[in-house]
Design a binder for this molecule. Sequence first.
Ligand code: TRP
Ligand code: SF4
Length: 401
Amino acid sequence: MAVERVLSGMRPTGSLHLGHYHGVLKNWVRMQHEHECLFFVADWHALTTHYDTPEIIEENVWEMVIDWLAAGVDPAQATIFIQSRVPEHAELHTLLSMITPLGWLERVPTYKDQQEKISHKDLATYGFLGYPLLQSADILIYKATQVPVGEDQIPHIEFTREIARRFNHIYGRELGYQEKAEAAIKKLGSKRGTLYEELRDRYQEQGDDEALEAARAMIEEQQGLSLGDKERLLGYLEGGGKMILVEPDHKLTPASKMPGLDGQKMSKSYNNTISLREDPDQISKKIKTMPTDPARIRRTDPGDPDKCPVWQLHEVYSEDATKQWVQNGCRNASIGCIECKAPVIEGVLQELKPIQERAAQYAEDPMMIKNVVAEGCERARKMARETMREVRDAMGLGYSA
Ligand code: TRP
Ligand code: SF4
């Protein structure tokens, strides 16, 4: 297996919270040691839904990079950049749009789902319909092999694979490929040439693998064919030519176990978050006022941790001994809820302390952040330019001034 190249992006629509940390960032930090990684701020994607609040995007782009670095994403290991600073993404998006059937876009489940969910906003826009295609351009322009994403994004990766396949099918062949292949068939002589065509049809129309094998064997044995013709005939058997764009695999990020303050998944839209740079006093207050098992009205009422969102936080933050203490103490009412919450508060604050310290340092040094991003953009752009050269050539735009 060739080297993996990992790419992922995040939309700068708000400050990052513990759900992002446990669900996404820790995963990125781990992957950056294992593979070549590119992580980018998807500011154009943010505009597809936040087109009328550009100030939100402007504010969050840099804050998000600070959060990434504070969480441990390392610019010495991963390339960190901003989508709109690599305008080649837009060029690839335009070129891919030429071969993208409208029906494919309309069928992507997030298209209708999000329109219904964000019903207060008009999302019947060209940009929003094209969201998955822009994402495909993000991925394909780096020939990424792995894309770590949450479950909701899997249809976008599947869509990207289909776009890559379609592109390679249409353009992945040299100019005059068909003619050259036909000329090579003639060189086989009429009997073998006819057999070749029969076998090719059987493979392409009925998926007959034996026919493919037989045809391959015939080409291999054939004397007097040039190497170029041999390769042409082998490639032509399977219908395709060169592979220009690479079909990526999705890498499902294990669903974040990070519960929000109300026991639902932590998410800005549920208003149940603790953000990475939230003030420690504020965090304590939030946890102290979290709901608990409603059966525990008085301190002497026994409770059930399974009905309490605080227990879910213990699952993330506490050692076995503490968890045992909660289980017993709650069920026989030997501990109170305030007591029970103390180790959770401690756990969250301890986890966030180094992150907040690093974030404070970065926030004081905006030049350093800008430099990290400028370097990342430069590196990303170099890769993007190379792919664009191939794509333009394949699409008949190879002329240079
Ligand atoms: N759509 C992704 C999300 O909302 C963000 C994104 C944009 C992305 N381009 C990408 C993720 C490319 C992975 C790869 O989470
Ligand atoms: Fe929840 Fe702990 Fe109170 Fe039990 S004791 S209800 S687990 S906060």
